[in-house]
Write a protein that binds this ligand. Structure first.
Ligand code: SF4
Ligand code: MG
Length: 321
């Protein structure tokens, strides 16, 4: 099958300026990241805070301007589209944020907030729009009266469901979910994850699910990509990443996730030191200062992808020639 979204060599570099405005260097927030998302599937993008996963997600919607690479949505490169074409594609590409409180206007009734999206895209007559919003709110467990309530009248979990409703009103194909459950209690997290899965099934949705939490990702993703300092260091099916992780950094992330199956026995990995600054990333493998297996080669040479299986690849010298 052809992917719904194919990202090739995505790059986002930020210039860093000194106090007098001179360019001092650049932060390679996202460097040479490639992955594909298929219809009805979920791609989990994981890594610690600051690894570039949110920037990668936002670049795909051009909320931040990418500095390199391509992103083919249904075969068309989003990055080179004209504004009019991009506006059409944006209906199919929506986003859910960690904190819906910051994305919902506190002074606006939630029904009006959701309906606004329809108005911007000029969809339906006014009376139809209101009914469409009410129908969707009901589908997500709200009642008709909730249409006229304000965001502060709802709990965190309810607000996230309102954020989901707003992302769904245009009937999109792909939703970029950036830490959508990280601010919620564990019991509410499970409800939201189940809701996302149910909606995926009913509406044939695809998700790019961005999270620092591998135990959340395992419940929703079909494939997982692990990012470290702007690079995708390992990618595989969820099964491959959890049962047969190869990159020492993936193993480190997994060591804090409880095992579910016996096949997931984890080798404990102890990393040294802190995450380095992305402004001055280490030479060679960016993980070498923290990696217990680092050799001289790791300090000099940046590892490229080594293929483990048709769906599993890793950037680590332990597996290359
Ligand atoms: Fe560790 Fe070397 Fe592999 Fe990097 S390339 S993860 S330093 S063994
Ligand atoms: Mg983030």
């Amino acid at each position: 099958a052809t992917p719904l979204l194919e990202v090739r060599n995505l790059q986002k570099y930020f210039p860093v300026r000194s106090a007098i405005g001179k360019t001092k260097g650049q932060i390679k927030a996202v460097h040479d990241v490639s992955f594909s998302i298929y219809e009805g599937k979920t791609y989990g993008l994981v890594g610690e805070s600051g690894c570039g996963k949110s920037t990668a997600g936002r670049s795909l919607l051009k909320l931040v301007e990418p500095t390199g690479g391509e992103a083919y949505f249904n075969g068309e490169n989003i990055f080179t589209m004209k504004p009019s074409q991009l506006k059409t594609v944006r209906k199919d590409l929506q986003m859910i944020f960690q904190d819906p409180h910051t994305s919902l206007n506190p002074r606006k009734k939630i029904g009006a907030s959701i309906q606004e999206t329809l108005t911007i895209h000029n969809i339906g007559a006014k009376s139809e729009r209101k009914q469409a919003v009410i129908d969707l709110l009901k589908k997500l467990g709200f009642n008709e009266e909730d249409y006229n309530r304000y965001p502060h009248e709802f709990s965190g979990g309810q607000r996230q469901r309102i954020g989901i409703a707003r992302s769904l009103i245009l009937n999109p194909k792909l939703i970029i979910c950036d830490e959508p459950v990280s601010a919620l209690d564990v019991s509410i997290q499970a409800q939201i994850l189940n809701l996302l899965r149910q909606l995926q099934h009913e509406m044939k949705l695809s998700y790019l699910f961005i999270s620092h939490d591998l135990s959340v990702v395992r419940h929703i993703a079909d494939r997982v990509g692990v990012m470290y300092l702007g690079r995708l260091v390992e990618e595989g099916t969820t099964e491959e990443i959890f049962s047969n992780p190869r990159h020492p950094y993936t193993k480190l992330l997994l060591s804090s996730v409880p095992t579910v199956h016996e096949s997931e026995a984890r080798e404990p990995i102890e990393a040294k030191g802190e995450i380095p600054s992305p402004l001055n990333p280490p030479s060679g493998c960016a993980f070498h200062q923290r990696c217990p297996f680092a050799t001289d080669r790791c300090k000099k040479e940046t590892p490229e992808d080594t293929v483990i299986s048709a769906t599993h690849r890793v950037k680590c010298h332990l597996y290359s020639e």
